[in-house]
Design a protein around this ligand. Structure first.
Ligand SMILES: [Zn+2]
Length: 670
């Protein structure tokens, strides 16, 4: 449950990614992505990427398609060959190759998986059927969480927000199948359609498990009633951005006061951590409701609910009849049309289970040390630009300025991959039982996370895989992290002109660095602790500046008229503006700015490089999901909304004063 801040939306809800035949052309400027029928002063995003969008339709098995996806797809194909090579070696004992090869082979064994139907879940289903009383129910919730099922609520570890040196237990809301309460409650056509599809999915799965249609319908009603109530009691994504709102350290006694009908010592014992005597109750309102539900929901309904939570967690690893039911639901939720090919689904699952083992092989094969050196230099240049800015910022008082510089100087930068690799020796993987492998991996991961509680923080650990096309800032660690997977064209090209690299990966670096000083990150000090280190006057000015961003983004709407949630996307939009501003300053300060290429000045190259990073489009269903739940604004607003606040952009493209790409009162943060 570690809270990190990423560069782009994570894969949500099994909406994964797959190949397209087209790849970007070799020239680092990508002039053939431009749509010359669109004026840059009207809509820079579609000017820069319009032809790319036309030439790169969204594949049927995807909910969106982007420059990120194409690069991730290339990385996935490298991983595929690593897995195939490992799988071809049989009877390898106790090595990483045995685990990654056998996992892959078990997942690719479609024939066995289809023959088995739902039988791999038989034992777990009979355990739920045997629940006789409240204690059994509570034991079952713990057991299901241990094997990776999101049952009733979430339990994990987190670095103490107020003391970043220690790892504590955390309890949080969870236990539902739809992405947000809007999907359970809102009465608009799209939400109603997704809700109906979810009900149908559930009902059909109950029938596949052997229930009659009528019984399955009643069971669906029971599950929907419980999930709707849990979702209603949950905090909204925008509310959870306030770190103080999700921090409530409690002793066992205090936990008992909130939930008198739940036995926490028993739960912690079941999870293998009987020694836990305090935990952060992230969302108390949710647990207050949970306690009520323990009294008001019948034991039979709880059993039906747990049965659904169990099966839905493992549907992707069962036979085709189950997988296809899930597809019908995903079609309505994210807009995908078809399934990813099996190899890709297995690969995605295996990345979740053994991602760092695979990552080690990936890095050995793919990541040259020259890239690491060059990116380290770029980070230092952008850090210098921010340092300079903090030194001269007119609105900041001296005390806050000193603390801000201290925080920046303490920020650690990590490029490529972890310095030490995760130990998977406790994880048992066999060649012939896919679902068991997934379950074993879930148990391994649950225990791996829970083992951290009470131990010193491992400052060398990464929370993102080296093969991922993404980047992140970790507020509790005060680190920026740039995985090897993103350090390739079009984000980074060691042979490209400086202006293009600065506009692409330079902005990404600046974005992650700014997260240390966005609406959320600014509440943590240089040591990663949630602490007031601003003077009240500075904080007021800073909040006013971020409110400008929030108000600007709230005005944007997507195709179906739904508004972007300004308060939800503020942190990411602030980081985008910071990223562009800082990387542009670093470019101006460098001795190697590059030169005009094909009539495109070096500054125009910079802004074009930035816009190209966000070349993408999305199905309307996925767009709705994104603006409802995700802190990242849609790509076109990440480009146009950001650049509208950047006078240097308007100058580089000689935009008229009344251009929609120029805010009359630009938001200024850094
Ligand atoms: Zn971000």
């Amino acid at each position: 449950m570690k809270k990190i801040i990423t560069l782009l939306c994570l894969t949500i809800f099994g909406v994964a990614i797959q190949a397209a035949p087209s790849t970007p052309d070799a020239a680092p400027l990508y002039l053939n992505w431009i749509d010359h029928t669109i004026a840059p002063d009207n809509d820079f995003f579609h000017y820069a990427n319009g032809t790319w969008i036309k030439n790169n339709p969204i594949p049927l098995d995807r909910a969106s398609w982007s420059a990120f996806d194409i690069l991730q797809d290339q990385n996935d194909r490298v991983v595929k060959s690593i897995l195939e090579t490992a799988a071809a070696k049989k009877n390898v004992k106790d090595s990483i190759d045995q685990k990654i090869g056998d996992f892959y082979a078990s997942g690719m064994d479609e024939k066995t998986i289809n023959q088995l139907g739902a039988s791999p879940l038989k034992e777990e289903l009979s355990k739920i059927a045997a629940i006789k009383n409240s204690t059994d129910l509570q034991n079952s919730i713990a057991h299901l969480q241990m094997i990776g099922v999101d049952a009733a609520f979430g339990f994990g570890q987190i670095q103490d927000l107020k003391n970043s040196q220690r790892v504590i237990a955390e309890l949080a809301q969870g236990g539902v199948g739809l992405p947000d309460q809007d999907y359970y409650l809102k009465d608009d056509p799209q939400m109603k359609q997704v809700r109906a599809a979810y009900r149908q999915y559930m009902q059909h799965v109950f029938v596949l498990l052997g229930d009659s249609t009528e019984v399955a319908r009643q069971e669906t009603d029971s599950v929907m009633t419980i999930e709707t109530a849990l979702s209603k009691a949950s905090m909204r994504p925008a509310e959870m951005r306030d770190p103080h709102a999700i921090y409530h350290m409690m002793t066992l006694k205090q936990l008992k006061d909130v939930t008198p009908h739940f036995n926490w010592p028993l739960f912690f014992k079941n999870m293998g951590r009987a020694d836990i005597v305090e935990a952060n109750l992230a969302t108390p309102g949710f647990f207050t409701y949970f306690d009520t539900a323990l009294q008001t929901v019948s034991l039979e309904d709880w059993k039906i609910y747990l049965r659904w939570r169990l099966v839905s967690a493992f549907v992707p690893y069962l036979s085709d009849s189950f997988v296809n039911e899930r597809l019908h639901f995903s079609q309505k939720l994210s807009g995908i049309k078809t399934l990813l090919p099996r190899w890709h689904r297995v690969l995605d699952t295996e990345e979740g289970a053994l991602g760092f083992a695979i990552g080690k092989r990936y890095v050995e094969k793919m990541f040259p040390s020259s890239s690491k050196v060059k990116v380290e230099v770029m980070i230092n240049e952008i850090r210098a630009a921010l340092r300079n800015d903090l030194k001269t910022l007119s609105w900041m008082t001296p005390a806050t300025r000193v603390a801000a510089i201290k925080k920046l100087d303490a920020m650690r930068q990590r490029v490529g991959y972890p310095t030490k690799w995760r130990d998977y020796s406790a994880l048992h993987i066999n060649r012939d039982h896919y679902l068991q492998n997934v379950m074993n991996s879930n148990i391994y991961l649950t225990q791996y996370e829970l083992n951290k509680i009470g131990k010193p923080v491992d400052h060398d650990e990464w929370t993102m895989l080296p093969q991922e096309v993404n980047a992140y800032y970790d507020p509790s660690e005060n680190t920026i992290n740039m995985p090897a997977g993103i350090l390739q064209s079009p984000f980074f090209d060691i042979h490209a002109p400086a202006a293009i690299n600065d506009g692409a990966v330079g902005v990404v670096i600046g974005h992650e660095m700014t997260h240390g000083f966005d609406d959320e990150g600014a509440q943590f000090d240089g040591g990663g602790n949630l602490k007031d280190w601003w003077t009240a006057a500075d904080l007021k000015k800073f909040k006013k500046a971020t409110l400008c961003i929030s108000n600007q983004f709230s005005q944007y709407t997507i195709e179906d008229g739904t508004h972007v949630q300004g308060p939800l996307v503020t942190g990411e939009a602030v980081a985008d503006l910071g990223g562009v501003t800082l990387a542009h300053r670093a470019l101006l300060a460098s001795n190697d700015k590059g030169k005009t290429i094909a009539d495109v000045t070096f500054e125009q190259q910079f802004f074009l490089g930035f816009a190209h990073v966000w070349a993408s489009h999305m199905r309307p269903e996925m767009m709705r999901l994104l603006v409802t739940t995700n802190p990242h604004p849609p790509a076109q607003f990440r480009v146009n909304g950001t650049l509208a606040n950047v006078p240097a952009f308007q100058a580089a493209y000689h935009l008229p004063k009344d251009s929609p790409m120029a805010n009359k009162d630009p938001c200024v943060i850094w």
